[in-house]
Ligand binder design. Structure first.
Ligand code: B12
Length: 342
């Protein structure tokens, strides 16, 4: 963790987003669109990971421009730098099992290479007879195991302590129940309600909540940077926040229970996404204006795909702050926000 670096980067991004918004665009939706959002790192480019690391390493901060639009920032924290060995092994594994093409003598090698560079999906992997190649199969098994671990794992207490988050639970007792009964994950336990009421001030402008959801790995990998950058972003926009906390085994709609209890104007829920075979570490931010029992899904919004191969965590945190600002301005979120804005 390097709070100073995060502060610096967040300020830069918020300024950039503010300028873009101020230059006449009426766009509002959370999904990144060229005119209003920072353009994010081109993670599908074959060279991007090493370029990114190389650029980020000397100062810990990378800022690059391509055309006049692309800005990228290194979000690697000190903690992760210390953990770089693990990451390097992972990246090397990726290189080994994601060769530029597994197809022998392709008809159009350059075309195939270009297609492969456009997506992290398993295309152009070739075959050995009727079966996948051993490398491909092993990588598949590896990614599947990572996905299972992400769902069944728990978030490290040390991380929660470091971020000064107290922990509460939903009505779910174990992960099997969590998977079979999403409705239980949408409700706080009675103890949780009591603890939240005791510890948190009511009616803050913004209440931040963090939950493992469907991927504890997503929280462990990304939440620190997103959270610190989000706090910084809200601070620089002059927006107050309540006391954040962690909800174990939560679902997105658990924010409705928190809304009933604390009545914030906006809830931001940082939660682990259902893992796929490309990433098991992807985090989402779900936002809603005054969530309550009976809130409809169309009033929520999501900024998804926050991870090192998607939206870099620090950029995401900065961006979420500006979305919160818009929600507060229009007193609406989701489809209602789009309607009010247009
Ligand atoms: C599972 C899933 C669904 C399931 C949810 C079923 C369920 N009850 O869990 C179904 C198939 C219904 C679904 C529908 C839609 N989804 Co969807 N979904 C996902 C997926 C694969 C995982 C979400 C997840 O893990 N959430 C975390 C867990 C813990 O949440 P949960 O409480 O169990 O379930 C809630 C969320 O999943 C949420 N949710 C799911 N999708 C969406 C989309 C939006 C815009 C919102 C606000 C909420 C939301 O609704 C569930 C019920 O509250 C993501 C991919 C990703 N990378 O995140 C896409 C994703 C979030 N969905 C997306 C979209 C576009 C939609 C739809 C708008 C598609 C459509 N045109 O109808 C609808 C909207 C649904 C809604 N709630 O408003 C996009 C959002 C893009 C964006 N940034 O705005 C994503 C990122 C996929 C993608 N890459 O395009 N989705």
């Amino acid at each position: 963790m390097n709070p100073e670096l995060i502060e610096k980067v967040t300020k830069l991004i918020v300024e950039k987003l503010q300028t873009q918004n101020g230059t006449g665009s009426s766009h509002s939706h959370a999904s990144a669109e060229p005119k209003t959002a920072v353009k994010f790192w081109n993670h599908t480019s074959a060279a991007s990971v090493s370029d990114f690391q190389a650029a980020a390493e000397p100062s810990g901060l990378a800022e690059k421009t391509a055309g006049n639009e692309l800005i990228t920032f290194g979000s690697y924290s000190e903690r992760r730098q210390a953990d770089s060995k693990k990451r390097i092994v992972k990246e090397q594994t990726k290189d080994i099992v994601h060769p530029s093409s597994g197809i022998e003598n392709p008809y159009d090698p350059e075309g195939l290479k270009e297609l492969i560079s456009k997506t992290p999906a398993r295309i152009g992997i070739g075959r050995a007879g009727l079966r996948p190649k051993t490398e491909t199969w092993l990588k598949f098994r590896f990614d599947h195991a990572a996905a299972v671990d992400a769902v069944y794992g728990t978030v490290n207490e040390e991380l929660l302590n470091r971020l000064d988050l107290f922990k509460v639970s939903t009505m779910v007792s174990d992960k099997e129940v969590y998977i079979r009964r999403p409705d239980y994950g949408r409700k706080l336990s009675e103890e949780a309600k009591q603890m939240i009421s005791e510890k948190c001030p009511k009616e803050p402008a913004v209440q931040i909540i963090i939950s493992d959801g469907l991927s504890s790995s997503a929280v462990e990998e990304n939440v620190e940077d997103v959270y610190l950058s989000l706090q910084q972003s809200l601070k620089s926009l002059g927006i107050d926040t309540g006391i954040p906390f962690y909800i174990e085994k939560g679902r997105v709609a658990v924010m409705d229970d928190v809304g009933e209890l604390l009545q914030p104007k906006v809830i931001v829920l940082l939660i682990g996404e259902r893992p796929g075979l490309v990433s098991a570490e992807s985090l989402s931010a779900y936002l809603c204006y005054m969530p309550r029992k009976g809130t409809i899904e169309a009033d929520r919004m999501v900024i998804s795909n926050i991870h090192k191969g998607g939206i870099p965590p620090v950029e995401a945190g900065a961006y979420i702050g500006t979305v919160v600002q818009k929600i507060l301005k229009y007193e609406a979120s989701g489809v209602s926000l789009v309607q009010k804005e247009s």
